[in-house]
Design a protein around this ligand. Structure first.
Ligand code: ATP
Length: 591
């Protein structure tokens, strides 16, 4: 497939805002890919070189990109810089200068999607002394043979700023339409995606083996599984109603979730975070223990790692645990803050997927694969037969410094990438407040008056994620509670992803002073969830000004900066509606 066909679609995708038109265009483009081309095409369209857990980047900064444009077009660097300053978009600058350069008669050869992708991979792999110069020349080589429009996307991609506004869910739906027999097959594709977190791999299987290959797809070590998440409940009685006669109740540790993948023969271990980021190098102690303390030949298991003082038998705060998440001084931090991994699940063991087995069976397999119980232990748990059992266990967990408990249904399968009632969490609650915080996506900010004008920041507009529609729906305006440091931090970081108009996949009738790309997640606490026509969260029809959406009352920011989460992992509209339901039920019960 010619790269110019791809960029032609990108141009059209940028100019549509309706999700359905996006899916139509995207599936038309994807259906043109042949054989092995589909993988690079999907990754390129996502703006990545490999699934994000591999953490591969081109390593190109603005300065190198501008120098490559100068080299490829024959313009002086000051001309390139001035074109860049005009739009703030190096891709646009490349396009403009290529147009002018073409008038001077520079020739070109057709690129294919695979050659462009391979060159980008090559750029990423260049390292060591003088690598900056080699990267620059390789990029300039690509640009010299590119058309002006191709140059726009080559530069944006190289800088990690392709941003076509396409979420994973939208790409999956387009793949279903292109090769899966129709959009109805999206859930089957989604299941495969949840098992490997790699859209390129899913697309490759779909194109080479068809839907039969997708249906037979299973998890395997070293492709992280999208984690199962917990639902909320108000009362212990409600938990028991959902669980049946009995359930497991486990301590909820406030640490770092880790998914450990191991293959003993290859002596290979990888650790992934809840957001599927590769953490292995930061936690050599856990990686070593995975081989030393288990007898599994191959496995994928999960647990919560927390800083723990063995001699005092005390759990340390989340702040201490998080000190271990660093790139430098790993060894000394490991000594200062020793971690224990409290394992709670196993999804794959000795060549076999355990995801469809019941939780009780998985837990038994986990217990028997752990031979030593030093660094890796299992979570504390009981079998609860009544609400009273749960309450007693919850009170004991809180008094030993834990966050709360999680109830789990003994017969339930592992549900990858979903929040379902087979896990229900109960955390310490705070009076007169929502019993849990929410994680919202920033979609815009206000410039502010008075003192706030000095910082150019007067609050933010935030959204919940509607995973059914793959859009970010406005839910609240957060105007108070920011420290001066936070105001300048949010202003300077958000302005880097500002947009002139409402970004694709955002729905809001409130117009902030500055729109921003939906990328950053903040943790927010509020007094309660209310109904309001002003916000889009939960509305059926975004154009109906009278329909009631959901909003937050007295919202304030809890996180210092941003949460380590992707925008698509923010609190969903469905969760907000569920929290609203619980809140209503609680106020009736309290009367
Ligand atoms: P929170 O901010 O409450 O941790 P979350 O959105 O990160 O919320 P939840 O679905 O609410 O995740 O709660 C599940 C999280 O609790 C898991 O991701 C895991 O990190 C943590 N956890 C602690 N102890 C356990 C346990 N025994 N079983 C499962 N998860 C546990």
């Amino acid at each position: 497939m010619f790269f110019c066909d791809v960029t032609n679609y990108y141009g059209r995708l940028e100019s549509v805002s309706s999700r359905l038109s996006m899916i139509d265009l995207l599936s038309e483009m994807l259906s043109k890919a042949e054989g092995a081309e589909i993988k690079p095409l999907v990754y390129f369209t996502q703006g990545v070189l490999a699934p994000s857990f591999e953490g591969i980047e081109t390593g190109i900064a603005d300065k190198t990109a501008l120098a490559a444009i100068a080299l490829a077009t024959g313009f002086e660097i000051k001309d390139v810089e001035s074109a860049f300053r005009k739009s703030g978009d190096a891709g646009k600058a490349a396009e403009e200068l290529k147009l002018r350069a073409r008038l001077r008669g520079m020739g070109r050869k057709e690129h294919s999607i695979s050659t462009v992708f391979d060159s980008m991979k090559k750029i990423a792999s260049i390292s060591g002394q003088g690598s900056k110069d080699v990267k620059l020349r390789t990029l300039a080589g690509l640009l010299s043979n590119a058309s002006p429009v191709e140059a726009r996307y080559i530069i944006r991609f190289a800088l990690g700023k392709l941003r076509l506004g396409l979420g994973d869910a939208t790409i999956l739906e387009a793949l279903a339409k292109a090769k899966g027999g129709g959009r109805e097959s999206k859930p089957v594709l989604e299941r495969a995606y949840n098992l490997c977190s790699d859209l390129g791999k899913v697309a490759d299987v779909l194109y080479s083996k068809g839907m039969k290959g997708i249906e037979a797809f299973e998890a395997e070590p070293f492709s992280p599984i999208r984690p199962e998440l917990a639902e909320r409940a108000n009362t212990f009685e409600e938990i028991m109603e959902r669980m049946g006669d009995s359930c497991f109740a486990e301590s909820k540790y406030d640490g770092l979730r880790m998914q450990v993948h191991l293959d003993r023969k290859r002596k290979r271990v990888e650790i992934f975070s809840r957001n599927l980021e590769r953490l292995t190098d930061m936690f050599p102690d856990i990686a070593k223990a995975a081989l030393d303390e288990t007898d599994a030949h191959s496995a994928i298991f999960e647990g919560e790692a927390i800083s723990y003082d063995d001699s005092a038998g005390e759990f340390h705060s989340f702040q201490e645990t998080i000190q271990r998440k660093r790139k430098h001084g790993v060894e000394s931090a490991a000594e200062k803050f020793p971690l224990r991994l409290f394992a709670f699940d196993v999804m794959y063991l000795d060549g076999e997927s355990y995801m469809d087995k019941g939780y009780a069976v998985r837990r038994e397999a986990l217990e028997s694969m752990l031979k030593k119980r030093d660094v890796i232990r299992t979570t504390d748990r009981i079998v609860a037969k009544s609400a009273k059992d749960l309450e007693r266990y919850f009170n004991a967990a809180i008094s030993s410094g834990l966050e709360g408990i999680i109830a789990k249904e003994p017969g339930s399968k592992y549900i990858a990438g979903a929040r379902k009632f087979s896990w229900i969490k109960m955390k310490r609650s705070y009076k007169a407040e929502m019993s849990d915080t929410v994680d919202l996506v920033v979609i815009g900010y206000f410039l502010g008056k008075g003192l706030r004008a000095e910082f150019g920041f007067g609050g933010m507009l935030a959204a919940a994620y509607n995973d059914k529609r793959d859009v970010f729906e406005s839910i609240t305006r957060i105007g108070t509670g920011f420290t001066e440091e936070q105001m300048s931090f949010f202003r300077s970081s958000l302005s880097k992803s500002s947009r002139k108009a409402m970004p694709a996949r955002v729905e809001s009738s409130i117009v902030p002073d500055v729109w921003v790309e939906p990328l950053h997640v903040v943790e927010v606490r509020a007094d309660e969830i209310t109904r309001s026509p002003m916000h889009m969260c939960g509305k059926e029809d975004y154009n109906d000004p009278d329909e009631q959406g959901y909003a937050l009352r007295f919202p304030r920011i809890v996180s210092e900066g941003y949460r380590d989460k992707r925008a698509e992992d923010a609190t969903t509209t469905k969760e907000i509606i569920e929290m609203f339901r619980l809140q209503k039920k609680k106020s009736l019960d309290d009367r």
